[in-house]
Design a protein around this ligand. Structure first.
Ligand SMILES: O=c1ccn([C@H]2C[C@H](O)[C@@H](COP(=O)(O)OP(=O)(O)OP(=O)(O)O)O2)c(=O)[nH]1
Ligand SMILES: [Mg+2]
Length: 175
């Protein structure tokens, strides 16, 4: 990395837990560890503590992403991926995990690296109410409007009907 890292105050709520760390010099994410042993049954969720609290600088956000290896090998993911750690949050960082595997439980041990934290600059917006939005190439098209996705197994599904309805949405104020 060319820029020097930002300094982020960190409190060890659980003194024996290793600190979040970047495994390789230019990794985007610092791995987060579960502070507890937990078994997550197929399709079930578990919120695990990390034993750390941060004070991210104003203008930054922490994003809790899954780790791809655990996702591919075991189906472990983050329910709210990516989790949002607000700059003003001073509580313990917790990770809502989910076992997406249909058949096998996942056993996690205290100290296992279960997710990763990305620290990024973030903009905030002021929302200006207008009657009509400026025209754009995309317009109101979304949710597959450009094609390129597989047909639903069941063409008459509720999801398919909902997607069809999206084409009718408009960006004009109604009054
Ligand atoms: O994966 C996560 C997501 C959130 N948080 C903490 C930090 C974050 O700043 C706070 C609130 O998160 P979020 O805004 O996503 O949740 P909410 O449901 O909107 O709660 P709130 O009403 O407190 O904002 O919870 C975590 O520890 N881990
Ligand atoms: Mg919130």
């Amino acid at each position: 990395m060319t820029e020097s890292p930002i300094r982020v105050p960190l409190v060890r709520l659980d003194k024996d837990m290793p600190l979040p760390a970047y495994e390789k010099h230019s990794d985007a994410g610092a791995d987060l560890r579960t502070a507890v042993d937990v078994r997550i049954e197929p399709g079930e969720r578990a919120v695990v503590g990390t034993g750390i609290a941060l004070a991210l600088p104003h203008g930054y956000v922490g994003l809790v992403h899954p780790r791809s290896g655990l996702a591919v090998k075991h189906g472990l993911s983050v329910v709210n991926s990516p989790g949002t750690i607000d700059a003003g949050y001073r509580g313990e960082i917790k990770i809502p995990l989910i076992n997406t595997d249909a058949h096998h439980a996942i056993d996690l041990k205290r100290g296992d690296r279960v997710a990763q934290l990305l620290v990024q600059r973030v903009e905030t917006a002021e929302f200006d109410v207008v009657d009509e939005l400026p025209a754009s190439e995309r317009g109101t098209g979304g949710f597959g409007s450009t094609g390129g996705f597989a047909s639903p197994a069941d063409e008459g599904s509720a999801a398919g009907a909902a997607a069809d309805g999206l084409a009718a949405t408009t960006a004009k104020a109604e009054n």
